[in-house]
Design a protein around this ligand. Structure first.
Ligand SMILES: [Fe+2]
Length: 474
């Protein structure tokens, strides 16, 4: 079976097909249960021979095998699978109680992708299996740009790499290749060295100087005589080189190695971003808590505004990630009040003009607090605008209508409902019906009509409930 030749964005959502080969009935069924629960389709085989036969007759995305089995053991099964053209590309995981260094080494020698211990944690093993499937999908459909002035070399490599499941384009020299980069966006460039117009060396230097493309790995192919030059090119940023003539197997190994290390880097980067994101959210939660700790009556205000805003967002057809953004904005919108003096923030009487002006400053202050956090740049304008009015009579800038960011208009409606139905230092809370009447009255005046309509639909469905989860601790 060839690799699935799909564009990454076109990869189908069909569940991965997994073959589990193990002579222990209990292990087979335990694996089947866990993998099925993880959304995979599982086929079982009770020894190496049956496993090989099933692998030859079906298209599996991954094979998980035991070592000690009758008829054919796991190592022999791996060797046979790697020898067969139809199955050589399928990732193999060994799941065994034999996890000594010698066993693991032997596993990798016969082409195993990962070695998991049966005594290990089952959830961790399933996560590892998912990682290997993701890595496989990452490789499938990767784009390779072949650059060579020999059309026969281009044709040959194009055919071989396409058969391996890669998406391939060719260029006749470095200049043509560089011109193709913005449109084709290759994941790897495989380039000849000696070419007219722009040779492989110059192509490499030009790419490494470009901000947009400098991370694309480049493999240089050339004859033995150019070895010293190729070593120099590697110092200049070429990922590796292949001495001509080389076999298709050598080429495949080089490409997979480069993609695997790139994939590892991407995974690490993803983990780093997730950690940064979590830390940012934790820091924000602390800031909101610090603000709300000063004023017991507004405790939970931001969280309730977030709940309402998410409800309106859903009614307006926002995608889940945008709804999640609204939650964050709701939590943060009043963070600028951290800069409002206690004597004003906690004042029980009406604010005088100077005090009111001081409070109004909070809308702009929040952007100053959050500006150092790059991942929040898209919400700075929204938080600044949450007191703007549809009729242009709001603050800080007096912008009106659709010039106010949509998410800020959503927060404005949520803010009115929450403020009216909550207790304030200078008044008791008011019934929901009053808040509803005020919001309907302000539709098209203070508040955006679309957002009010979204709010009313949310209210209809939920009865305006904004109960905080029991775990919520301001
Ligand atoms: Fe506010």
């Amino acid at each position: 079976m060839k690799r699935k030749n799909l564009q990454p964005e076109m990869q189908d959502d069909t569940p991965p097909q997994i073959l589990v080969v193990d002579d222990s009935t209990s292990v087979r069924y335990a694996m089947q249960k866990s993998l099925t629960e993880a959304g995979m389709i599982v086929t079982l085989a009770s020894d190496g021979e049956e496993g090989l036969a099933r692998a030859m007759n079906s298209n599996f995305d991954l094979i998980i095998t035991d070592i000690d089995m009758p008829k054919m053991d796991g190592f022999e099964l791996c060797t046979r699978l790697k020898e067969e053209f139809k199955t050589s590309h399928i990732p193999i995981i060994v799941l065994s109680t034999h996890d000594s260094d010698e066993h693991v080494e032997e596993g990798f020698r016969v082409g195993v992708d990962a070695y998991l211990s049966k005594s290990g944690n089952i959830e961790e093993n399933i996560e590892r299996i998912k990682d290997i499937l993701t890595a496989k999908n990452f490789l499938t459909g990767s784009k390779i740009l072949v650059v060579d002035d020999s059309s026969s070399v281009c044709l040959f490599l194009e055919k071989e790499l396409r058969e391996e499941g890669f998406i391939v384009q060719t260029a006749e020299n470095g200049k043509a290749a560089f011109d193709m980069l913005p449109l084709f966006k290759p994941d790897l460039i495989l380039s000849d060295l000696m070419m007219p117009e722009m040779d492989g060396g110059e192509l490499c230097r030009t790419i490494k100087k470009s901000v947009e493309f400098c991370t694309i790995p480049i493999v240089i192919m050339s004859s033995l005589a150019d070895k010293a030059l190729m070593r120099r090119l590697m110092r200049e940023g070429v990922a590796t080189y292949l001495i001509k003539p080389f076999s298709v197997t050598q080429l495949s190994i080089v490409i997979e190695e480069i993609f695997s290390s790139n994939f590892r880097l991407l995974l690490e980067e993803k983990e780093r971003l997730t950690m940064e994101h979590d830390l940012t959210l934790a820091a924000i939660a602390s800031l909101v808590q610090a603000l709300e700790a000063r004023d017991s009556l507004t405790r939970g205000h931001s969280e309730r505004v977030a709940i309402i805003a998410m409800g309106i967002g859903e009614e307006l057809g926002f995608k889940p990630n945008e709804v999640e953004r609204l939650q964050l904005i709701g939590r943060l919108h009043d963070l600028g009040k951290i800069g409002v003096r206690d004597d004003v923030l906690l004042k029980k009487d009406r604010l005088n003009k100077a005090e009111y002006e001081h409070v109004k400053g909070h809308a702009s202050v929040v952007a100053n607090i959050l500006r150092p956090i790059k991942s929040l740049h898209d919400i700075l304008e929204v938080t600044t605008s949450h007191h703007e009015r549809w009729d242009g009579k709001g603050y800080p800038d007096g912008i009106k209508g659709e010039n106010i960011p949509l998410k800020a208009r959503i927060i404005a409606v949520s803010d009115v409902y929450e403020a009216v139905t909550s207790e304030r230092p200078y008044r008791d809370s008011m019934p929901k019906a009053v808040a509803l009447a005020i919001i309907k009255e302000e539709r098209g005046k203070q508040l955006c009509p679309t957002c009010v309509d979204g709010f009313l639909r949310w209210y209809e469905k939920t009865g305006g409930k904004t109960e905080l989860p029991e775990t919520f601790q301001p």
